[in-house]
Design a binder for this molecule. Structure first.
Ligand code: BES
Ligand code: ZN
Length: 482
């Protein structure tokens, strides 16, 4: 079949055969996505282990079906699925990564439609995992299918892995990457598990924050006590915990754990300048989150606070009586979940040491305090140049009709730092989510337009990358396909 490039709805140049395939198969593709979204693959909850396994099998079958033979690799936790297609000698190899696990859906009563019954409303696909990350993983599978169905081949060699533990810290993935280093060797890693800066504005990520997650337990008396009979003399664990947490920041919002900023690398002034040029308004964020004022570290813009500065947050607290009415009790214990978002070159293991030393120092007498590390992930910063980035810019322009912007991200994808370190390959993070998509919250959604354009952008990316990095100009690739 002769491939020609056509402008689709004035958006740019998506190869017409791929566009034809994706539009003709649109309804089946949506049916399949909805089937994937119906599987409640909640990695954090063991009651869903069977569903998580089912989601892994589903991904394997989806890859087998399109002609990318896949295998399931068991781990100490949830399995990893890996598919391979290596029939383009001389062309570059790409490693595509995504995750098939999702966050818990609770609180269920806040969902407009049930989390595992995908529903389309106003151009949005509502379901747990729609955008994070099943929809974005699936659009990659369909982009590969478009090539294989229309041309019986791909312009690049492909290894695709889907893991089932991203939402719980990817504990078993780094080991897998080390073990399978040879199989995973690639010229570039491509991941869609993030968001665009604004609707219609395609975005390439320049950084991700890392994570160091802790549980702090404070134990006071052996059991709950009458707060009248004992309060005032016996140290209250809830108050002790509050005091400890209050030492984490100074009055300017800086983290006051000694040594915390030691390894924080200065950011390139050009990137900071570019950040300031993005269309962003504090009031939009206040509206999106329904808050009357923003906080955080003095001396930095909001985007800097979110993307390039570290944080230390309380994610949850538990202590004493929390039921209806009043109960005069001095609780025996208190607990807090605390996580620090990290920036280059902070190391989660170093931060864990600093946190433990600091808590031990500030813990009041009269209570026992324990800090456990739950999980961690390295921060990451992109190089942003080379053939994969050039190809991504062209492909995003073709699909969205706009020059992509470079953005940062405050969230974490633990394996990204490992990929860069272990495989030594550049990582391209190109996401198709949108602000306000409710990832991790009730009513998570993915824009259907972005799902469709994402498939087209990624399908075009492989032509652009195969052409640019592999076989010279893309015209030569076209000649092969008569
Ligand atoms: N897809 C997100 C990462 C992300 C978050 C990208 C926000 C863009 C915007 C990912 O699935 C995620 O939520 N990661 C966790 C990692 C953690 C559980 C180790 C995170 O950032 O909290
Ligand atoms: Zn995700």
């Amino acid at each position: 079949m002769k491939k020609s490039k056509t402008a689709v709805k004035g958006r740019g140049e998506i190869p017409s055969d791929l566009e034809d395939f994706l539009s003709k198969n649109d309804s089946r593709i949506h049916d399949e996505l909805f089937e994937f979204l119906r599987i409640p693959s909640v990695s954090a909850k063991s009651e869903h282990n069977g569903d998580t396994k089912r989601a892994a099998d589903w991904v394997k079958n989806a890859l087998d079906k399109i002609g990318v033979p896949a295998k399931i690799y068991p781990t100490a936790g949830h399995p990893i699925v890996m598919g391979e297609w290596r029939k383009a000698p001389g062309a570059p190899t790409v490693l595509i990564y995504g995750h098939y696990d999702v966050q818990p859906a609770e609180p269920l009563d806040l969902w407009t439609s049930p989390p595992f019954e995908p529903t389309m409303r106003n151009g949005k696909i509502f379901a747990r995992g729609s955008v994070d990350d099943k929809g974005q993983l699936f659009l990659h599978i369909k982009a590969l299918e478009a090539h294989l169905a229309m041309r019986k081949k791909l312009p690049v060699n492909v290894v695709i892995i889907a893991e089932g533990e991203e939402e719980v810290g990817s504990d078993n993935l780094a080991e897998f990457v080390v073990e399978q280093k040879e199989l995973l060797k690639a010229d570039a890693v491509v991941i869609s598990d993030s968001a665009m800066f604004a609707p219609g504005l395609p975005s390439i990520l320049s950084s991700l924050r890392g994570l160091a997650y802790f549980e702090i337990n404070v134990q006071g008396p052996a059991g709950d006590l009458h707060s009248g009979s004992y309060g005032g003399a016996v140290v209250n664990p809830a108050m002790a915990l509050a005091r400890i947490l209050a030492t984490f920041h100074d009055k300017d919002g800086r983290i006051a754990i000694p040594g915390f900023y030691k390894k924080v690398r200065e950011w390139d002034p050009r990137i900071r300048k570019q950040m300031r040029s993005l269309p962003f308004d504090d009031r939009t964020l206040m509206k999106e989150t329904s808050v009357a004022a923003l906080g955080g570290e003095k001396g930095y813009s909001t985007l800097e606070k979110l993307w390039i500065r570290p944080t230390c947050e309380v994610n949850g607290m538990l202590s004493g009586y929390t039921g209806e009415g009043a109960k005069t009790v001095l609780p025996a214990k208190a607990m807090a979940k605390v996580s620090c978002r990290l920036v280059p070159d902070q190391d989660p293991a170093d931060i864990a040491k600093l946190m433990k030393a600091h808590v031990a120092k500030v813990a009041p007498k009269g209570v026992k305090v324990r800090v456990d590390t739950l999980h961690g992930g390295r921060p990451w910063r992109a190089e942003l140049n080379g053939p994969i980035y050039d190809a991504a810019r062209s492909a995003l322009r073709a699909a969205f009709g706009k020059e992509p912007v470079i953005t940062g991200e405050g969230g974490s994808i633990p394996v990204v730092g490992d990929f860069q370190k272990i495989l030594g390959a550049p990582v391209l993070l190109v996401g198709f989510g949108l602000p306000g998509e409710n990832a991790h919250a009730p009513d998570e959604w993915m824009s259907d337009e972005n799902f469709r354009l994402g498939m087209r952008a990624v399908a075009t990316l492989w032509d652009e990358y195969g052409g640019k990095a592999g076989r010279g100009k893309s015209e030569e690739v076209e000649d092969d396909r008569d």
